[in-house]
Design a protein around this ligand. Structure first.
Ligand code: ADP
Length: 636
């Protein structure tokens, strides 16, 4: 697990690996570690890091230098620098000269012993197929300026100006593995210019909503509510759309049904196997940032039910794409089209598109501003189970949207308090949290209406639902899902208070989502709420909760460690030989859960880091999510 050396929001220029790819500038959250520079998408409103967009391995870096601004450069792109590595230059724009210098110096220090460091470089940008400094038209053309650093001071930027008063440097890590929170990102300069493509149809629910048609483009006008953006369609009509139904028009792959942007390896396998078609395939983002993978199911082999293969789409030096060595293509769609007709080295040709877009994702609420749901819009289909608050049913909202409906047994919940809280809960939206859609409070029993997850409770799924023995990637991905949902709650300063496998659900693709966050505060049952009660989650509680009822995000972290343990034991009861009184006694005296057989040392060390006696020494969910992701990289 790598320590973060520097962390900063920068503007990044698209790399134009192909001549035809568009030139654009996006704000990204950059992280520098000993081994790599990684950059992420982020939520500018929440100041929260999102998906990884790309990485550069430092061992491949050949040069780090400033870049001269182009004429008429806007102020925010004045302080450019370049990281040149085997895929060409990566252009980054710092907000100030001091931040730029800090990064260049740190990067130079880290790469100073690299093998292929360049002696000459291009001090200006590569734009539209030409180097602006020397007018050469070959991207690989040798640099035209001798590096100052190769002749004198190795760590100084060549364009360092001294006239400005230095700003305080970017904060570094506070202590081992603990990055300080990054500066809150500035709001996007102009959200008006953002164009998105709809991944799903969306039918308006309220008069303020705007209809979305799959694959059409929309202009985003306002993003003050992170879940419901104001948009304009091509006819000039304006209204609110669910922000998770659209993607930024970025690489042009979004419009192809075979492209499943946010899908990992085991989700791809699960989807391909559930479709069970020979030659079923999809293209997804690879775990190596900026790369793509074709996942393919072939049934002709020996394995019953077929086996999945994953082929990385490779790039030639000239930026062409290939799967089989001999056949190169300018674009990924051309490559896919070719392999739809020719296996050319793969186990099968790409026969059937398998898409994860059949089911649109959940929206935060059923329409902009809707949180009270009319019970006449609900149809009850079947019972899913029952819990602390009574029966939970699967049903439809307005005859077409899948929902889960919790029918709150009278006397089991302090309802007025919950109804107030529900308005806040509705605004929480994350791919790894079960979405609250709304409530029916005008009748008794009241209903809580949420997203429906086809594979039900995680604990049951671990014990019975996994059809084959799970792979280590699958287990770690479940933990990653939970860590990301919880990192979001942590960023909202929201405490779960009852995190455990029984309070997570699994969707049809195998994605795990956290549910019932904060609900325990509204339970009316002493056996559940008192730490001495028989239903209190003693097995998931840290000493400070058992002894002083002190809940915090750090007590959630402890519970997360226990949840990881449940995942790696496929649903065993923690401390199964001990009763609650014995657990309180022994855990306060230092007893910890053993290492499950399926967990290697690294996985177990993540669990044990959650079980530090001192709450402050436990990691944050953001750190956990990062560490789990690092382990996943190692596995893939
Ligand atoms: P309670 O909050 O009343 O304790 P639970 O949340 O434990 O109830 O729900 C009881 C059972 O209903 C769960 O174990 C699960 O199997 C099923 N269930 C609950 N919510 C959903 C949902 N959103 N999607 C699918 N199944 C669900």
């Amino acid at each position: 697990m790598s320590d973060i050396k520097l962390e900063e929001i920068f503007i990044k220029r698209s790399q134009q690996k192909k001549k035809t790819s568009p030139l654009n500038y996006k704000e990204r959250w950059f992280i520098l570690t000993q081994e790599k520079v990684a950059y992420y998408d982020f939520d500018s409103e929440k100041g929260k890091r999102k998906g990884l967009k790309g990485t550069v391995d430092l061992e491949k870096v050949k040069c780090v230098e400033t870049v001269q601004p182009e004429t008429n450069t806007p102020q925010e792109r004045m302080y450019a620098f370049q990281i040149i590595y085997d895929e060409g230059p990566l252009y980054i724009f710092a907000k100030t000269e001091d931040v730029r210098t800090l990064w260049i110096n740190e990067l130079k220090k880290l790469v100073r012993f690299n093998k292929d460091l360049m002696q000459k470089y291009h001090p200006c940008f590569w734009v539209d197929g030409v180097w602006l400094c020397c007018q050469q038209e070959v991207k690989q053309a040798m640099g035209c300026k001798v590096l100052e650093s190769s002749t004198k001071n190795g760590f100084q930027s060549t364009f360092r100006r001294t006239s400005r008063k230095p700003l305080p440097p970017t904060p570094k890590v506070e202590k081992l593995g603990r990055p300080l929170p990054p500066e809150p990102p500035e709001p996007p300069a102009s959200s008006a210019s953002m164009t998105v493509v709809a991944e799903y149809d969306y039918t308006p629910v309220t008069p303020q909503d705007l209809e979305l048609r799959k694959d059409e483009e929309y202009t985003i006008l306002e993003r003050s509510d992170p879940n419901w953006w104001k948009a304009r369609d091509k006819y000039g009509k304006e209204g609110y759309i669910p922000s998770n139904y659209v993607v930024e028009a970025e690489r042009g792959l979004e419009k192809f049904d075979w492209y499943s942007k946010n899908m990992n390896r085991s989700q791809a396998e699960q989807l391909l196997k559930s479709e069970n078609k020979d030659g079923g395939f999809l293209v997804r983002e690879s775990s190596r940032a900026g790369k793509y993978t074709v996942s393919l199911l072939a049934k002709s082999g020996v394995e019953m039910g077929g086996s999945c293969r994953h082929y990385n789409i490779c790039t030639t030096q000239q930026g062409q794409f290939y799967l089989a060595e001999k056949h190169h293509f300018q674009t990924i769609p051309e490559l896919i089209n070719y392999h739809q007709h020719n296996a050319a080295g793969m186990v099968s040709r790409l026969k059937h598109i398998v898409s994860n877009r059949a089911q649109p994702p959940s929206t935060a609420g059923l329409g902009y501003g809707v949180w009270e749901i009319d019970p006449r819009d609900l149809t009850f289909i079947k019972e899913l189970g029952s819990g602390q608050f009574g029966v939970v049913k699967y049903g439809k909202w307005q005859g077409q949207h899948d929902v889960a409906i919790k029918m709150i047994k009278e006397g089991s919940m302090s309802e007025d308090d919950f109804i107030e809280e529900a308005k806040i809960m509705m605004k929480l939206r994350n791919e790894n949290l079960v979405q609250l859609y709304g409530v029916c409070t005008k009748q008794r029993p009241i209903y809580i209406v949420t997203e429906f997850l086809a594979n039900g409770c995680l604990l049951t799924y671990l014990k019975e639902g996994l059809k084959q023995h799970p792979t280590s990637v699958q287990l770690l991905e479940m933990c990653k899902d939970v860590s990301e949902g919880m990192a979001y709650l942590e960023s909202q300063q929201y405490i779960h208070r009852d995190l455990a496998a029984r309070n997570c659900l699994v969707d049809a693709n195998g994605t795990v989502k956290v549910t019932d966050f904060g609900l325990s505060r509204y339970v009316l049952d002493d056996e559940y709420t008192s730490s001495a009660g028989s239903k209190f989650p003693v097995r998931w509680s840290p000493p400070e909760v058992l002894l002083y009822c002190k809940f915090s995000s750090k007590s959630d972290i402890w519970a997360y460690g226990v949840l990881m343990w449940e995942v790696y034991t496929l649903g065993k009861l923690p401390y199964e030989r001990l009763n609650n009184t014995e657990i309180v006694d022994q855990v306060s005296r230092g007893l910890r859960l053993f290492r499950p057989q399926l967990a290697n040392d690294k996985v177990y060390s993540i669990m044990t880091s959650c079980w530090c006696d001192k709450p402050d020494e436990r990691p944050t969910f953001q750190e956990l999510a990062f560490n789990v992701q690092d382990l996943l990289y190692e596995l893939q």
